[in-house]
Structures are given as C-alpha cells and as structure tokens.
Design a protein. Sequence first.
Length: 427
Amino acid sequence: HAAPGGCPVSTQAQAFDPFAAEYLANPAAALQWSRDQEPVFFSPQLGYWVVSRYEDVKAVFRDNVTFSPSIALERVVPPSDEAMETLKRYNYQMNRTLVNEDEPAHMERRRALMEHFLPENLAAKEDMIRQLTRQKVDAFVDSGRVDLVEAMLWEIPLTVALHFLGVPKEDMDALKEFSVAHTVNTWGKPSPEQQLKVADAVGRFWQYAGTVLEKMRREPDGTGWMHHAIRMNAEIPEVVTDSYLHSMMMAIIVAGHETTSLASTNALKLLLSDRLVWERICKTPELIPNAIEECLRLEGSVVAWRRRATRDTEIAGVAIPAEAKLLIVSASANHDSRHFENGDFLDIYRDSAAEHLTFGYGSHQCMGKNFARLEMRIFIEELSRRLPHMRLSEDQQFSYLPNLAFRGPQQLLVEWDPALNPERSDP
Ligand code: HEM
C-alpha cells in the first residue's frame, strides 16, 4: 500500500488526520482501513505511530517498560512562544502524576493511593450519587425536553469527583472552563489565537490547584482521596512527592469527571438510538451493567492513549525505533472484529463486552473504573425507571471537542410527553 514513488508511508497514512471532523465523529470507522490493511503506521501529520488492532493495542498497554506512559499528558501540539510565556507567568509546571509515571515509582505510588478506590469504599458513595441524581431528575421530569448534559451529566460527575477527592465544591463554573482548556491544551490542536486563551486558562487552573492544595494541607483530618494523598506525602515524601500532589490535583479533577460525563452521555445516546435495546433495559434493569460495558466498548469516552518506545522494538512485525511516539487507538481496538465478533454491532448481551480497552490495560489501568461504572449505572437506572418513554430529539447535530483523547457529544437533547410519566399513573 506504499504511495507511488516508493515513499514508505502509504497514501492513507499520509492523509490520516485525527482532528478531522470525520475522525472525531467516528474514530473506529475512520480507521477501518488501518485495521484491515496497515494496523501499525506512521502518521507524518501527527508525528506518531498509530496502532489500531485489538491485540496490538493491548500488547502495548501491557508492556509499560518497553512502551513508557511518560508522554500521556504531553502536549500533542507544542505551544507557541507566547503561550509558553503565559504559562511561565503562572509558574505552570505540570509534571508526573500516576498515569504518566514510569516504574518502579509508579507502582509504589499507586499502591500507596489505592485504598479509597476499593469496592467497599465506593459502595458507600452509592446513596449520595443516587440522591444527587434524583434531585436533578426531579427538576426536569415534568418539562418534556432537556439537554441531559446540561441538566445532569456534567454536574453530577463533577460534584461526585470533588466529594471523592475532598476538594471544596466551589468554583464549579470555573472548573468547566478549566477542564476544557486542559483537554485542548493536552490533546487538542489549538490555533495560535486559541493557544493563548487556553494557556491562560490552564495557567489559572494550575494556580487554582495550588491554592486548593494549600487550603487542604491546613486541614489535617480532612476526608477524601487528595487528603489521603497529602497525608501520604507527609509520611512517604519520596513516593508521594510534592510535585506529584500539585500535578495530580489538576489532572484528577479532569480525569475524575470529564471522562465519566462523556461516557454517560455516549452511553445514553447509544442506548436511546436503539428503541428495542432501550425498552429491554427499562423492563429488565439487571441488563444495565453489561449494557454499560458494551457502551464503553462501542462508544468509550477515551478513544486513544499514548506511549513512547524506550528501545528499538516491533509491533505486529513493524519496526518501531526507540523514542517513537505511539497513538494507541482503543476506540479502533474496541471495534476490531478479530476480537469482538461483529465488532460494530451493539449487543448488550455480549459476553466479552468488558474486554474493551477504554480504561486502558495492565499496570496503569484506570483506578477509577468502578467509580465510573457505578455512576453510569445509577444514571441509567434512574432515567430508565422514570423516563422510559424518553427519546432522542430528532433536530440535533452532535458536536465533539476536537482532541485526541476524550470524546462525547457536547449536548444530548431528549424529549418525552410528561403526561405519560409513569409516576403520574403510579406515584
Ligand atoms: C487512568 C480512562 C474515570 C482515575 C486512566 C487511563 C484511562 C482512563 C484510559 C490510562 C490507562 C492506562 O494507561 O492503561 C477512564 C475512563 C473513565 C475514567 C474512560 C470514565 C468512563 C476515572 C475516574 C477516576 C479516574 C472517575 C477517579 C475518580 C484514574 C487514575 C488513573 C486513570 C488515578 C491513573 C492510573 C495509573 O496510572 O496507575 N483512566 N477513566 N478515572 N484513571 Fe481513569
């Protein structure tokens, strides 16, 4: 498939553009050619090697020594000099967290910070999440039409994440701006003008994270994961370092809520697109957990992640040089029919649904995965119980924030006839 003229980069690889509307709308479909013909290719536009098949993506995730996660939060597009100046003014120094830390530091830190994510600690959050969800649904259940993102799917995951972290629930609107800026700064391709705005917001986010951290340090008995991390920082400062705390404070606010908001939006969009599936779920809520896995597989909120080769190596027979940067496209892997029979097809009964790579795989696999699953389950349980007759509004276009990693529609309009709400006939 090499291009004419003997160039080793094929025409399709040359044309690959992960910021193009077609790719943003459906990354798995846009990489079908790659899964079929060229599962590992170099993208000259991006400067990354792209990996698109299930087995290969999983193998890269699995070997985090050959394929270091150190570039996971690196800017895809290097900032302009002006943007750098702005960031410097805010003393911005995003560094290692967990997700981009190498071994052996990573495992020691992960172990020291695991406890709060254990199932028994998550179960204790269920009532709180359900309460919040019911309040939000109460507010719109009689209205007949709502944007689910605005009405609940953005705010609840943020509230829950802040609660989990022990971060004060102030400045929620600023956090919206900050999260978008962090995503565009890290995984986007901002224009020169956008870069300046984004750099300013990221700088303010960095300062905000520092201020919150200082405030939390003065509350030695505070509860929540970041308080735990602060205590571990005092106990084992060489494992849970100062630099880690500040970087993590910023990264986790985004990781803990944006991903879950987008995953919930994707899932509801997908389930409501197939009336039969939605009706089955409404009738049999026990189907929800596996349906969630199938939604995370088909329409995950993280579509790709990054690794750097630490030595000359190969993937599926393709030579990869040391220092090569890799874009491992989980969204493509998750649709790979070599692993998932009829990979593009929504099957809420699929036994292997949970084998998706949306949470990554191996030693860095998402620590918050069960948290996200819990929130998604509660949202879908409450909505399917109270608004089984809800439908996607027909007059809507879905738009996606242009970036390499996070994916989900920015709004999700649904409508229903409030006169038919089940609670009116059976309150
Ligand atoms: C790591 C996705 C929700 C905390 C990751 C990674 C991915 C991911 C792809 C990197 C995995 C790897 O390198 O193998 C997601 C998705 C979510 C979600 C799709 C929602 C649907 C959350 C939540 C939290 C969280 C709610 C916290 C409350 C973390 C942490 C790591 C991580 C701490 C770093 C783990 C490590 O490097 O050892 N997540 N995440 N995530 N996630 Fe999530």
